[in-house]
Design a protein around this ligand. Structure first.
Ligand SMILES: [Fe+2]
Length: 298
């Protein structure tokens, strides 16, 4: 497959304080260059006999492909980000205030990133996984040096005066419709609810009444000697032996190794016996993954 050049995404002669010459050179040399590089890499990849290509050759090409592809896409987005009057729409202003505290706070962070010559997509490749970029500011020197010399700050401020906010709002609407990648969907275990590790830890730290019990199967516990701090282990097979130790006036949280069957089944049995019982999601491993304190099993 060959990638095709996107037409100009803004009218260069309408931008304030960004010269036509700068935008033209950026489009022709840097955007065009990225696209031509991308197509050359693609052609090379298409000609490879993958079974007989050394790993380092393939690694190098795939890395270069990613950089050239993102450079192409981000340049298209960069040009599309300009052409407006820099006045945020009401909706975008509210959305940014919701997510960043205030519109000004967002703008301060965005500016500071530009001033720092840093970026959210350094080398065109560091992006949030499954994020959808909707506004791009190019901080490579080729984006401003011709007009601003080394004055990157003036360039960032000028860019902000040119942002096309109504177009940004439409891209935000599109991006907000993209659902997060689906993860494992656990079937419901009757009316038993799972509770997050963080929530359990907060209850314990706040001294709220809660009875937390590790019910990993005996084999798992004798093999792995650690246990969560402040938690008792009880054999899930011997529920009848220890159920009498529990109080019905305080909630009970049980968990197994990973938060699946054993913990859930134990919680169901406890609920049937009249306890306010839940199982803890992710179990013993979740406790450790969240940095919970551990002790050696006596
Ligand atoms: Fe660029």
């Amino acid at each position: 497959m060959r990638y095709k050049l996107k037409p100009f995404q803004c009218r260069p002669w309408t931008l304030s304080y960004l010269s036509v010459k700068l935008i033209e050179s950026h489009y022709e040399n840097n955007y065009g260059g990225a696209l031509r590089r991308l197509n050359a890499i693609t052609e090379q990849l298409e000609s490879l006999d993958f079974a007989n290509t050394p790993g380092h050759v393939l690694n190098g090409l795939k890395r270069e492909e990613l950089v050239a592809l993102n450079s192409t896409l981000l340049h298209e987005l960069y040009f599309a980000s300009m052409g407006g009057d820099g006045q945020p729409t009401k909706a975008m202003s509210e959305i940014l205030a919701r997510d960043f505290g205030s519109f000004d706070r967002w703008r301060a962070e965005f500016r500071a990133m530009g001033y720092a010559l840093g970026g959210y997509a350094a080398e065109h490749s560091l992006c949030v996984a499954s994020g959808v970029p909707i506004l791009a500011l190019d901080m490579y020197e080729h984006a401003y040096h011709m007009d601003f010399g080394a004055n990157a700050r003036a360039y960032v401020d000028t860019f902000l005066r040119n942002v096309d906010w109504p177009a940004l709002e439409l891209r935000y609407e599109d991006a907000a419709k993209v659902p997060a990648p689906r993860l494992l969907e656990q079937p419901e275990f009757g009316d038993v609810q799972g509770i997050g590790v963080e929530e359990v830890k907060e209850m314990m730290a706040a001294g709220k009444p809660v009875q937390v019990i590790d019910v990993r199967p005996r084999a798992a516990v004798s093999r792995l000697q650690d246990i969560a701090e402040g938690v008792q282990w009880r054999d899930p097979e011997q529920l009848k032996e220890w159920i009498g130790e529990l109080s019905k006036s305080e909630p009970v949280v049980v968990y197994c190794a990973y938060g699946f069957h054993v913990g859930c089944k134990t919680a169901i049995k406890l609920r049937e016996a009249g306890f306010d019982a839940k199982y803890m999601n992710s179990g013993h491993s979740g406790w450790k993954a969240s940095g919970g304190a551990m002790k050696l099993q006596p």
